[in-house]
Design a protein around this ligand. Structure first.
Ligand SMILES: Cc1cc2nc3c(=O)[nH]c(=O)nc-3n(C[C@H](O)[C@H](O)[C@H](O)COP(=O)(O)O)c2cc1C
Length: 274
């Protein structure tokens, strides 16, 4: 059985038929419990499984939460002796989590094996411990009623509004992200047109104009970066200033334009590392 099927189709079964559960099946279910994760792999649990009718009845008599007549009951406990040995308070709360995880494992495995289960916490702890003569160092956290069933109950509704997932970059883009992408596409399209037409008309212009067209294209790119990425605004603007100055100096034949290109390149390195 797929794990997903067990997760989604398991139900709390409260009414069972008369079929007995083989000890080997009970053992399979319990083994699934001890394969649950536990903090520090402490395994701070003890599981007692009762399947004799008088034991089951004794548990039922002090556990109003058990409806119907299960054929077996797992008494899932935390081992307080093991927890105290850790000398850290948080192990006690971890143990509750650990035992709960083990119980879920057991209920899913039971479902896979065709056995219905129901977790139960409505029981009288002290009376139960005495009725079963449980060791003093264990505390019962949950009972799991087990039995074969004729019909699974309907799925009680689930509230999906409790799920909060942070959007990832690979997810459907947000409106803001979509706008940025659209701007980038528009910009790339425009600069493509500018460069190709510049190359074409350069056949009719002095070859030196090619440099001015390149500088103009680079200046447009800076303008785009400055307007689209606030965190790159200042540095893009200052590169653009150097490029525009270089372009006007180049136009009048002033060789000092090279020094402005060098400054632009220096700033470009900062842009790269920003
Ligand atoms: C900690 C805990 C205690 C529960 N106690 C009882 C109980 O005392 N009696 C009972 O019939 N069901 C009990 N349930 C079962 C819940 O009612 C059941 O899980 C819930 O209604 C959702 O139904 P489902 O398990 O079929 O998905 C308990 C469940 C949990 C997790």
């Amino acid at each position: 059985m797929e794990v997903g099927k067990a997760i989604f189709e398991r139900r709390s079964v409260r009414f069972f038929n008369e079929r007995q559960i083989d000890t080997s099946i009970l053992r399979e279910i319990l083994i699934a419990g001890i394969y649950a994760p536990s903090a520090g792999n402490l395994q701070p649990w003890e599981f007692y499984c009762y399947c004799q009718p008088d034991s089951v009845d004794r548990i039922r008599s002090v556990s109003p939460g058990i409806m119907g007549k299960p054929k077996a009951i797992i008494v899932a406990c935390m081992n307080e002796k093991k927890i105290k040995e850790q000398k850290l308070e948080r192990w006690a709360s971890n143990a509750i989590i650990d035992v709960s995880m083990a119980c879920q494992n057991m209920m899913l495995r039971a479902f896979e094996l065709g056995v219905g289960s129901c977790p139960v916490t409505s029981f009288e702890n002290d009376t139960l411990a005495k009725a079963l003569a449980l060791p003093s160092y264990v505390k019962t956290l949950i009972l799991i009623a087990l039995g074969y069933y004729d019909k699974l109950p309907q799925t009680p509704p689930r509230d999906e509004s409790v799920i909060h997932i942070e959007t990832q970059s690979c997810d459907k883009p947000s409106q803001e992200q979509a706008k940025i992408t659209e701007n980038a596409i528009n910009f790339a399209t425009a600069i493509l047109g500018f460069l190709v037409t510049s190359a074409k008309i350069n056949t009719r212009e002095p070859p030196s104009y090619a440099i001015m067209r390149l500088l103009e294209a680079a200046s447009k790119i800076c303008e785009y970066l400055a307007s689209s990425y606030p965190e790159r605004h200042d540095i893009s603007e200052s590169i653009k200033n150097e490029l525009d100055t270089a372009s006007s100096l180049y136009f009048i034949g002033d060789d000092s334009y090279i020094s402005h290109l060098e400054k632009a390149l220096e700033q470009y390195l900062h842009l790269l590392s920003s």
